[in-house]
Unconditional design. Structure first.
Lengths: 341, 364, 506, 307
């Protein structure tokens, strides 16, 4: 008997194979577009070309933090400390430059390095001592908020430090008065982080082992992948992103506020998950996170344009919109899966 | 044909494993209590009777922790199913708002009104819980997202109910005794806390619910194939969590005599999850420990008081909490204990030096 | 050819909480040899491998690799040290593509970036070497467990290692794949690679291995050259007693069923798009139906439709002559259909729960959560089945994930036997089970059917199928092509013949 | 309420964007209500775009950017914090939209970026409390003070503390700050802190409780009562804000001094908005009418309370 080749077709048909995992993100993007068109139809000036760029100004910090969070969640973990680390970084920038008089060109890199180290420390505790990520990073949430308040319980201005005026300088694309828009440097920092993250996640060994560890840590270990390095790495990246988010916040407001970013970790997690990443790890995209941040920003914008909602109706409407969004996303994704099956 | 196996098996594995899990949180709790006693004397722990009600610092901690305990207990069940419920803080606010507002609109001192108000609040809370569960079980939405929706919208709903005001119930309404009263000198919130704890322990451990929850959380697909109503059980867990959160809100509101839709139970979900995890239940689902959760709640409640008693400024409250959480987490980690103890037991036989680039800690 | 041993393990002891898995075991592997580790389920074979490759650290003992003392801290280090391993349960990441699984950690790169095109090309080539043709860009989760096992083997083979360890690589494979694998192993051995081979298939072991080390209850029984150890002696060493071997087990006496009784289960046009083409199948009480076919032929899918694990989208299924709507595992269990899935790790057991809890799960589910099984009754039942199926260690309170693979399978079996089903669907129940237990299970199936239970039996081992079945449904390309029922048809050759001829006819 | 979708720079009235802090207290809600009601009632205002920033500066900045995109006529901002407004207010200036600050202020260096500020002066409120304390306890040797702070790091908490101790220290008043803990501006927090304090320290060496807002004060009063003390007698109490509930407690004799912080300045604000939109010259600071009330004034003032 000649040995025949085993040709196994995957249960899911090959045609849609490459595409199947893009269905959630496709649904997200389609819904975003729908929201935007709905806004244009309902509100005057919603078609202002600055509207979309504005999403990437106000949310630049959140986007950066959410990218870091994407790494962590893809690896099957979670990082609750990002909001506090971000506030701490901003405050550290402010205190070191204003009170201690150090040059910003030293302070900013130092803060970023600190972010990496603190993240790596958390990651090491999580991996080597097998502490649940939720607990380890929750300790970080309390710790850095506490430290921030101990540096200063007042907001602190850093407008006099020249360095921090750089971030909000704008690049114009066309004349703002007729169809153009402008973006400050901080948005480009955010874009840079996204692109870098995309490349790292999809085209490097480290990135793929993040997915592998998220898929099954046990298997990744048995396959001989560097699980320790990967897990410590994702928290270091998240720490770095949180610190960078803090620096961007310093650029954005030229001030440090000890209560900044309270609850930001939830916004970041929400953005990541709305963007189609599974909280259980192993599946998702960093571009989905971008879409997730845009969804959250777009919801806020629509509420602002609606303008007549009381505080509580605003919350309820955000909740309802989010609900509609999630359900539609599920329905689209499910019918997509059906079509493939 | 069964040969006696020379391999020794562990006897009574479960009970001792259970105790081991709880030992470290208990030690931390004891340490906190000792710190408080050292600072404020034995009065701290000794209950006193005042106005026909037990008082004293420790009893107060227990009484004030009752809402957190309820929420954490409900959260334990949800976490056992591999889920998480972020909306409990909002449900707390809704429960409080409904109860207070309903009483305000009726005859404040009528017992019937109060009973109806409480029932109504609990029913709505249960409904919200069931909704969360349905989103997770039937629509396949990730728990964190499903409950995030109500975490955001829920406070809005609570504010809508109160019109953004803080409705306050008159001090003579029977309602406030849910928060401030005492039965046989034991404060009512403690009684409710103990009762709910006992009820949940009975519900999960004398029936098979506990095991089925653990099964669904541990391996949903295997549970489904074993014929378990995984979806129904998931919904039930969220529903219980909702009721617990609503009840917590009622106790909180009764204690204050008012419902603050915006701040009531703010961030209590984080504390609740923390208590659950300190108590030894992992967020990965599966095994859960209601007793552990109770100890976790006691630690958190005592910690807050400790900060005040030791005389730390408010700025310290976060840092101190971080330190205690960190200590508990480390003590619970066998790997950490092994690592710390390692210098004390070198030179064990059979330990050959590693030839290949050793990592810092043993692989799992 | 054997000069200096390449791996030498001496005095290896490993304790798990409450269990001594290895007790002073010695093991020696010489260059270029294929060395079998033999033993019953739970004897400690996998643990020995895991100690060697750094998954577990030994409590005592030393390991020499090429004469140098080593202590690996993780499989990654072992791999870097020249030891490639396929572990017993398939340990790959299902969320990544086939190609990524093959090359995870050693992807071909362009500068710092992964060269996906080269990776896919090499993956295709690598798989075709062992006779598999897959869409390497598809996620691994879309392939059956057998295919996943092949991928795992391909991955390990491709790592250029001096030592290759295969822990039950053949448990899901059918004879074609096994033949290919053995061929690959032989050529690797010729090129000087030392191999450890663990398998419960004695014929495979005898076919390919040079030496064997036998373990029993965590202790070393001895090491022999294959030629010096006849099969029945080997079994004696493994089990510590004499047993009748499988060959001694007769073909089950076929069941004569009443001519026109209502079938217990009757599937008409049952099918699911993309999984299995519509088929008709009647199952009668007391009847054993075998499902035969090649890898990926749709046996599992057929079983899942009957069990209600997947929703069918064409046809109907009737139970006791009555059509059932809303067929689901729960309603199926309520009607007395038990289903042991093939992938016990992901679909069968709840790893964190204890042996006892896993056993009573289905029984409890059918009673509903409110009526717990009384503790006394429960421990009685559990003890009975632990004894009946010889589950080791006989500790009902151990988390089931701590059990060896074969014992886990028995726990799963016990779960369904507990509800005394009218139809038991067994998808690869003998996978990873030792000779003794395999005989036990086969005997059990025969007993159960004699007692009136219907059994749907799936196994990659056609011998087993033919030995047990009253009728055999043959599948090919996800289509039920024939149902063999003549006594004379119950042979391996007939089945293979059916698959080949009916396939080429179309 | 039925919103007018036309909005956007219609000629029949002004479109005003209001970036509110949040809905964190009854005071704040009363403030939002007042502004919204006044805008509704005012013919000169076509539309009020209201955004609740949930106490986050980033959200407020985003809201202002959205107002600029929407091309509103006037922006009203109730800043969460003092610093960090330069860029976004510069944007508004470049878009030609005047900005009015409501309630809280921003750092001095940004004074050019807004037209005027209407609101309370938290430091002044602290001073009022301090002045009363100095007078009331003038005979005491040392006065034991317990402070219930607002949310740590928030502007009202910081300022009310600063103003209070500015007076106490300035007057060489002899006092001991026995403890100062945050009650997060909530009744829950106030009650918890007070309970703990009483159960471990008792109230013997405390003469005065200074609570940064009503809710914390009312929570603390409950704790005091439950511990068997008489609030207002065994311990003197100052609260800031002056809601109905606060005054009611005052009338019941449970507290001793209320520093008003008036949220109901919607009408005043709308007049300002119109003036600013017309380009009229206005003062840089428009104080909201605020008072402080002693024990004998509570009864008379209670009916005037609007929140
Ligand atoms: N992580 C663990 N914790 C506790 N006990 C374990 C663990 N892993 C294995 N054991 C126990 O060690 C013993 C040896 O198991 P092992 O998996 O090595 O058996 P095996 O020879 O590979 O059996 P099989 O043929 O069934 O695969 C068993 O009794 C098993 O229950
Ligand atoms: N768990 C699963 N998830 C997704 N697809 C699966 C799964 N199991 C099987 N399949 C798919 O169903 C097809 C039919 O395989 P099935 O497992 O039914 O065949 P089989 O004859 O039982 O073979 P095997 O020996 O692999 O069990 C396979 O091609 C495989 O791609
Ligand atoms: Mg094994
Ligand atoms: Mg199969």
């Amino acid at each position: 008997m000649s040995s025949p080749t085993l040709t196994e077709r995957p249960t899911r048909s090959t045609l849609f194979d490459g595409l199947s995992r893009y269905i959630p993100i496709g649904a997200t993007v389609a819904l975003l577009a729908a929201m935007y068109l709905g806004g244009i139809a309902n509100y005057p000036n919603f078609d202002n070309p600055q509207l979309i760029p504005d999403l990437f100004i106000g949310n630049a910090g959140l986007l950066i933090v959410a990218v870091g969070m994407t790494f962590v969640i893809l690896s099957g973990g979670i990082d609750l400390s990002v909001g506090s680390v971000m506030a701490f970084s901003t405050m550290a920038c402010a205190w070191l430059t204003v009170e201690a008089g150090l040059p910003a060109s030293i302070v900013v890199p130092a803060v970023l390095v600190f972010g990496v180290l603190s993240g790596a420390f958390t990651g090491a505790i999580i991996h080597y001592f097998n502490v649940q990520p939720f607990i380890a990073t929750l300790a970080g949430l309390f710790l850095y908020r506490g430290l921030t308040l101990q540096i200063s319980d007042h907001d602190m201005s850093i407008r006099d430090i020249d360095f921090f005026s750089w971030g909000m300088q704008r690049i114009e694309f066309g004349d703002p008065r007729d169809g153009g828009f402008s973006l400050p440097y901080i948005s480009f920092i955010a874009f840079g982080v996204v692109i870098l993250a995309f490349i790292v996640l999809h085209y490097t060994r480290f990135g793929r082992s993040v997915y592998a560890v998220g898929g099954s840590e046990q298997s990744a270990l048995l396959m001989g992948l560097p699980v320790a390095r990967t897990k410590v790495g994702v928290y270091a990246i998240s720490g770095f992103c949180a610190a960078l988010g803090g620096v961007v916040a310093a650029f954005y407001t030229k001030s440090a506020n000890p209560l900044a970013g309270v609850g930001l970790e939830l916004d970041a997690i929400a953005a990541v998950v709305v963007g189609g990443t599974l909280l259980t790890g192993g599946a998702g995209f960093v571009l989905g996170t971008v879409a997730g941040v845009m969804v959250m920003g777009m919801l806020t914008t629509i509420i602002a344009f609606q303008g007549n909602l009381s505080s509580w109706w605003a919350r309820i409407v955000v909740g309802v919109l989010l609900l509609a969004f999630i359900l539609l996303q599920r329905v689209l994704a499910r019918s997509g899966e059906k079509r493939k099956g | 044909m069964n040969l006696a196996s020379p391999v020794q098996t562990a006897g009574g594995g479960r009970a001792s494993a259970y105790f081991k899990r709880l030992m470290w949180p208990l030690i931390v709790l004891a340490a906190l209590l000792i710190v408080n006693i050292a600072v404020t004397g034995f009065d701290f722990i000794v209950p006193s009777v005042h106005d026909g009600r037990l008082g004293g610092a420790f009893v107060n901690i227990l009484r004030r922790s009752a809402p957190l305990l309820l929420i954490a207990l409900g959260m334990t069940l949800v976490i056992a199913t591999k889920g998480i419920d972020l909306s409990v803080g909002a449900v707390y606010a809704i429960g409080a708002a409904i109860a207070c507002q309903y009483i305000l609109n009726g005859d404040q001192s009528a017992l019937g009104v109060v009973v109806t108000a409480v029932t109504l609040a609990l029913a709505i809370a249960a409904l919200i819980g069931a909704w969360n569960g349905a989103m997770v079980a039937y629509f396949g939405v990730q728990p964190i997202v499903a409950t995030l929706i109500l975490m955001i919208a829920g406070r809005g709903i609570a504010q809508l109910i109160t019109g953004g005001q803080i409705p306050s119930v008159a001090d003579d309404s029977p309602f406030v005794s849910i928060g401030r009263g005492a039965i046989a000198t034991v404060p009512v919130p403690i009684i409710i806390g103990v009762a709910v704890f006992a009820a949940l322990v009975l519900l999960t451990r004398t029936t098979a619910l506990g095991m089925l929850l653990e099964s669904v959380g541990g391996n949903p697909e295997a549970s489904r194939l074993a014929g378990i109503r995984a979806k129904g059980i998931t919904v039930l867990a969220y529903l219980i969590a909702g009721i617990c959160a609503g009840l917590a809100g009622i106790i909180g509101a009764a204690n204050l005599g008012s419902a603050d839709a915006n701040n009531g139970g703010l961030w209590i979900e984080l504390d609740a999850i923390l208590a659950v995890v300190i108590g030894g239940t992992t967020l990965l689902g599966g095994r859960f420990f209601l007793v552990g959760t109770t100890i976790g709640v006691a630690i958190i409640g005592t910690l807050e008081v400790t900060i005040i008693n030791v005389g730390l400024s408010s700025q310290w409250q976060f840092t101190a909490k971080a330190i205690v959480v960190f200590i508990v987490a480390m003590l619970q980690s066998p790997e950490f204990r092994a690592w710390i103890l390692r210098p004390f037991r070198t030179g064990r036989p059979g330990r050959t030096p590693a030839a290949h680039d050793p990592e810092k800690a043993p692989a799992k | 050819m054997s000069d200096e041993p390449i791996v030498q393990m001496t005095g290896i002891t490993k304790d798990f909480t409450g269990v001594r898995a290895l007790d002073g075991v010695d093991f020696t592997l010489r260059p270029g040899e294929i060395h079998a580790i033999m033993g019953e389920n739970g004897a400690g074979k996998s643990t020995l491998i895991k100690v060697l490759t750094g998954v577990h650290s030994p409590d005592a003992g030393r390991i020499l690799l090429d004469g140098e003392p080593v202590r690996f801290n993780s499989p990654g280090h072992a791999q870097a040290g020249g030891i490639a391993t396929v572990y017993q349960e398939v340990n790959l990441t299902e969320n990544l593509s086939v190609a990524e699984n093959l090359f995870a950690g050693r992807e071909p790169r362009l500068g710092p970036f992964i060269n996906f095109r080269a990776m896919r090309r090499r993956a295709k080539a690598l798989l075709s070497d062992i006779g598999v043709d897959l869409n390497v860009a598809a996620p691994l989760s879309s392939y059956s467990i057998a295919t996943q096992q092949l991928v795992a083997i391909a991955r390990a083979v491709d790592i250029d290692a001096k030592v290759l360890i295969l822990d039950e690589p053949t448990s899901s494979l059918d004879r074609e794949e096994v033949a290919v694998l053995l061929r690959v192993m032989r050529s690797l051995a010729d090129s000087g690679c030392a191999m450890v081979f663990i398998s419960h298939f004695l014929d495979q072991v005898y076919e390919i291995c040079d030496r064997m080390t036998v373990l029993r209850n965590g202790t070393l029984v001895g090491e022999w050259a294959t030629a010096d150890l006849p099969e029945n002696e080997l079994i004696g060493h493994m089990l510590g007693r004499e047993v009748e071997t499988l060959d001694a087990l007769d073909r089950r006496r076929p069941h004569d069923r009443p001519a026109q009784s209502t079938p217990l289960v009757s599937a008409a046009g049952l099918g699911r798009k993309g999984a299995v083409a519509p088929f008709d199948l009647d199952i009668h009480e007391g009847e054993v139906i075998g499902l035969a076919g090649l890898l990926g032929s749709g046996r599992t899918e057929t079983a899942r439709l009957i069990a209600g694990a997947d929703r069918h989208d064409t046809g109907t299924i009737a139970f006791d002559g009555r059509r059932i709507g809303g067929h689901s595992p729960r309603t199926a269990a309520a009607r007395g259909i038990g289903f042991c899935p093939e992938n016990r790790k992901t679909e069968g057991l709840v790893g964190d729960l204890t042996v006892a809890e896993n056993m009573i799960l289905a029984m409890q589910a059918s009673r509903g959560w409110a009526r717990a099984i009384p503790p006394a009754r429960r421990s009685e039942l559990v003890a009975e089945f632990i004894d009946k199926l010889d589950i080791r260690p006989a500790n009902p309170d151990l988390p089931v994930r701590h059990l060896s693979g074969g014992n886990q399978q028995k726990v799963l079996l016990a779960r369904w036997m507990l509800i005394e089903p009218r139809l038991l669907i067994l998808d690869e129940p003998t996978r990873g089970i030792d000779v003794g237990a395999k005989a036990d299970i086969q005997r059990l199936v025969a007993e159960l059917s004699d007692a009136g239970m219907a059994v749907l039996f799936i196994s990659a081992e056609l011998d087993e199928v033919t030995r047990l079945s009253d009728r055999i449904a043959v599948l090919r390309d996800r289509e039920l092509i024939d149902i063999l029922h003549e006594e004379s048809d119950m042979t391996t050759d007939r089945i293979v013949d059916t698959i080949v001829t009916r396939g080429s006819a179309e | 309420g039925g919103g007018d979708d036309e909005g956007g720079g219609g000629s029949d009235g002004l479109v005003v964007g209001f970036a509110q802090v949040g809905a964190e207290s009854a005071w704040r809600t009363a403030n939002s209500d007042s502004v919204r009601d006044s805008a509704d009632a005012d013919d000169r205002i076509a539309d009020l775009q209201f955004v609740d920033a949930q106490q986050q500066q980033e959200k407020q900045i985003e809201a202002i950017r959205n107002f600029i995109t929407q091309k509103v006529d006037v922006i009203v901002l109730a800043p969460v914090v003092e610093t960090g407004w330069t860029d976004v207010l510069t944007d508004a200036e470049q878009a030609g939209i005047p900005v009015i600050l409501a309630d809280r202020g921003i750092e001095e260096a940004d004074e050019d970026l807004y037209v005027t500020r209407i609101g309370s002066d938290f430091v002044e409120e602290g001073r009022k409390a301090g002045t009363w304390t100095v007078e009331e306890f003038a005979e005491n040797e040392t006065t034991g003070i317990l402070q219930l702070e607002g949310t740590v790091g928030s502007a009202p908490a910081n300022d009310r503390e600063a103003g209070f101790f500015e007076i106490l220290d300035g007057e060489d008043f002899s006092y001991e700050l026995v403890d100062s803990q945050s009650g997060d501006f909530t009744a829950e927090g106030g009650k918890a802190v007070m309970e703990t304090f009483i159960s471990t320290h008792g109230l013997e060496d405390i003469d005065l409780l200074y609570a940064h807002n009503d809710e914390m004060g009312l929570g603390a009063i409950q704790a005091i009562e439950e511990a068997g003390y008489e609030p207002g007698t065994d311990i003197q109490i100052i609260i800031v804000d002056g809601s109905k509930a606060g005054f009611q407690a005052g009338v019941d004799g449970k507290l001793n001094y209320i520093v008003e912080c008036n949220p109901v300045f919607g009408d005043q604000l709308m007049d300002l908005v119109v003036q600013v939109a017309d380009g009229a010259d206005v003062e840089k600071f428009t104080p909201v009418v605020e008072d402080a009330f002693g024990v004998d004034e509570f009864e008379a003032e209670l009916p005037n309370r609007q929140f």
